[in-house]
Design a protein around this ligand. Structure first.
Ligand SMILES: [Mg+2]
Length: 386
C-alpha cells in the first residue's frame, strides 16, 4: 500500500514582544524589547513544525519589520504553500523564491518550520538533513552594548569569571570615532588577553571615518570590525579589508548567496557573518557558507537576536560547518528576560551546546507564548528609537 502524502495543512503566525535584560544600544536604535515572529506549521498527519523570523530594531536595521514578516507570511506565503507535499521542502523554497521577492526573513521563518517538521517526521535532528553535525558545541560571543564603558567592563569581567563568554562584540558607531576607539581600547585593556574584542559599527561610518577608526581599533588590539560602512559600499569595504590588518566582516552587505558571491569576488570582506534570517533560510545560508568557504574567507555565525527557537535552528546548520574560524554570536535567548523554550539552550564553558533533535530540538513553553503574544491584550513598546 502506498502511504498517503503528508500535506501542509495550516500556517499560523504570532508576534511575541519579549523585554530585553537591559537596553541594547545599536548605532541606529536602542532595543528594550525584542519582537519575534513565531511560525507554526501544522501537517495533515498531525505533525507540526516551528520556525521564527526576527529582525533587530523595528525597521531601523533592515527592510523587514516584525509586522511585515507576519503579513508577508499570512498574506502571500501561507496561501501559496498550504496543500503542498510537506516533505518537499526544496519545492516550497523554490516556490517562495518565485512568488515572494525580498522578504528573506519571512521566507526563512516558514522554511525553518518545514525543515523542523520534516526532521521530526523522520525522527532525526535538522543537522542530519544538512549532512550531520560535526560539532556538539560552538564558541559563543556576547555583545557589550549598554552604552556605558564602565557597565560594559563590569559585564565583560563577570562573563569571563563565570566562563560564559570570552569573545566580546562591542556595538559602536553612535558616538564620534575617536570616542568609540577610546571606549574599545578601555575595554580591551580591562579584559587583556583573557578575551577577544571585536566591534560592530552597523554601517554608521563613512569611508573617511572608517580609515581613522580601523587604524585606531587595530592599535587598541581589536581583532575584527563588522560592517563599518553602508551595505552597498562594496568598494569601500574592499579598500578597508585590504588596507588594514584588522579583519573586516560583512554583515548588512550579505543578503543571500548572490550577495555572498559579489562580496567574495570583490574581496570586500575577510569574514562573512552568516545569518540564517538574512540569507533567506537554512538552505540559502548553507549556500552563503559554501561561497565563503570556497573563497577562503573566515566564517562567523551571526544572529538577529532570535529567541531560543531561531537560535536552535541556526545551531543545527552551523553544527555541520567544518570550520567557523570566528565562532558564533548565537546568544539571543540570553539577552531576553524570558526563554520561550520548555528546555532552554545550554550555555557553558564559553560555548553554546547544539540542542538535540528531533527537528531543531526546541519545544515551546505554551504559557510563555500566551504571556508574550502581542495580541494577548498586553501592550509593550516595541522599539525605543533614539
Ligand atoms: Mg552586525
Amino acid at each position: 500500500m502506498v502511504s498517503p502524502v503528508t500535506k501542509i495543512d495550516q500556517i499560523e503566525t504570532v508576534i511575541l514582544d519579549i523585554p530585553t535584560i537591559r537596553g541594547h544600544v545599536l548605532s541606529m536604535a536602542t532595543m528594550r524589547v525584542q519582537a519575534a515572529v513565531l511560525v507554526r506549521v501544522r501537517f495533515s498527519d498531525g505533525s507540526e513544525g516551528i520556525g521564527e523570523g526576527t529582525t533587530i530594531g523595528g525597521l531601523s536595521y533592515g527592510p523587514e519589520s516584525p509586522e511585515s514578516i507576519r503579513s508577508a507570511i499570512d498574506t502571500y506565503i501561507a496561501p501559496a504553500v498550504t496543500g503542498r507535499d510537506a516533505d518537499d521542502v526544496n519545492g516550497a523554497i523554490q516556490l517562495m523564491d518565485k512568488l515572494v521577492k525580498g522578504n528573506r526573513i519571512a521566507r526563512a521563518a516558514v522554511e525553518i518550520a518545514l525543515w523542523d517538521g520534516l526532521a521530526k517526521r523522520l525522527g532525526v535532528p535538522v543537522s542530519q538533513l544538512f549532512g550531520g553535525a560535526v560539532h556538539d558545541r560552538l564558541p559563543v560571543a556576547w555583545t557589550l552594548a549598554s552604552g556605558n564603558s564602565d557597565t560594559d567592563i563590569a559585564e565583560a569581567l563577570e562573563m569571563i569569571e563565570t566562563r560564559r563568554h570570552n569573545i566580546f562584540k562591542l556595538k559602536i558607531g553612535k558616538r564620534a570615532v575617536a570616542e568609540d576607539v577610546a571606549h574599545v581600547a578601555r575595554i580591551k585593556r580591562a579584559v587583556g588577553d583573557a578575551a577577544s574584542v571585536r566591534v560592530d559599527v552597523n554601517t554608521a561610518w563613512s569611508l573617511q571615518d572608517a580609515r581613522w577608526g580601523l587604524k585606531g581599533l587595530q592599535d587598541a588590539g581589536c581583532e575584527l570590525v563588522e560592517q563599518p560602512v553602508p551595505a552597498r559600499q562594496r568598494r569601500a569595504m574592499a579598500e578597508l579589508a585590504q588596507g588594514y590588518e584588522i579583519a573586516v566582516m560583512a554583515d548588512e552587505s550579505l543578503n543571500g548567496p548572490e550577495d555572498a558571491l559579489e562580496v567574495a569576488s570583490a574581496r570586500a570582506a575577510d569574514v562573512f557573518a552568516v545569518k540564517v534570517a538574512q540569507s533567506g533560510g537554512l538552505k540559502r545560508a548553507s549556500e552563503v557558507i559554501a561561497i565563503g568557504q570556497s573563497s577562503g574567507l573566515g566564517l562567523y555565525a551571526g544572529t538577529m537576536l532570535e529567541t531560543g527557537l531561531g537560535t536552535a535552528a541556526a545551531l543545527h546548520l552551523f553544527a555541520t560547518v567544518e570550520t567557523l574560524r570566528w565562532g558564533t554570536e548565537l546568544f539571543g535567548p540570553l539577552l531576553l528576560t524570558a526563554d520561550i523554550l520548555a528546555e532552554p539552550i545550554v550555555y557553558r564553558d564559553f560555548c553554546v551546546e547544539i540542542p538535540q533533535g528531533p527537528g531543531i530540538g526546541a519545544t515551546l513553553d505554551p504559557d510563555k507564548i500566551d504571556f508574550y503574544r502581542r495580541d494577548g491584550g498586553r501592550t509593550v513598546k516595541a522599539v525605543a528609537g533614539e
